[in-house]
Design a protein around this ligand. Structure first.
Ligand code: 5GP
Ligand code: ZN
Length: 113
């Protein structure tokens, strides 16, 4: 999807600060970080929202969370704490319609958000 910003980032057609990639996922730093650590973990596959994930794609979601856990350790937030978030649709603040898991940490996070 050449019209999708995150597809262009994943394909190297738009710049990003990459932190991880493999054959299924691509992760990079958020351009407007909401905390000292703010990463986005995306499937390479263009999936607009969590609502579009099919049951047989559950292993892809599991892998996205596995990468999030690895990155949390690498960025030193695994033990103190961090938050993983899929914003789904505009009512939850989703602005980029290519599935991405936010990995946020490095400061005290309040709840509810
Ligand atoms: P959403 O609001 O859809 O859950 O999250 C989209 C995220 O993408 C936002 O946190 C926003 O700061 C980030 N973002 C938007 N455009 C870019 C970009 O061009 N590069 C990077 N690295 N992040 C972006
Ligand atoms: Zn896309």
């Amino acid at each position: 999807m050449s019209s999708c910003l995150f597809c262009r980032i994943i394909n190297g057609e738009a710049p990003s600060e990459k932190v991880y990639e493999d054959d299924q996922v691509f992760a990079f730093k958020d351009i407007r970080p909401q905390a000292p650590v703010h990463l986005l973990v995306c499937p390479r596959l263009h999936i607009p929202t969590l609502n579009d994930v099919r049951p047989e794609q559950a292993p892809l979601l599991a892998h996205i969370f596995d990468v999030a856990q690895t990155l949390a350790a690498e960025f030193g937030i695994k033990e103190r704490g961090y938050r993983t978030v899929f914003n789904v649709n505009p009512g939850a603040g989703q602005t980029v319609f290519h599935l991405h898991l936010h990995v946020i940490g490095g400061r005290q996070l309040s709840w509810p958000p």
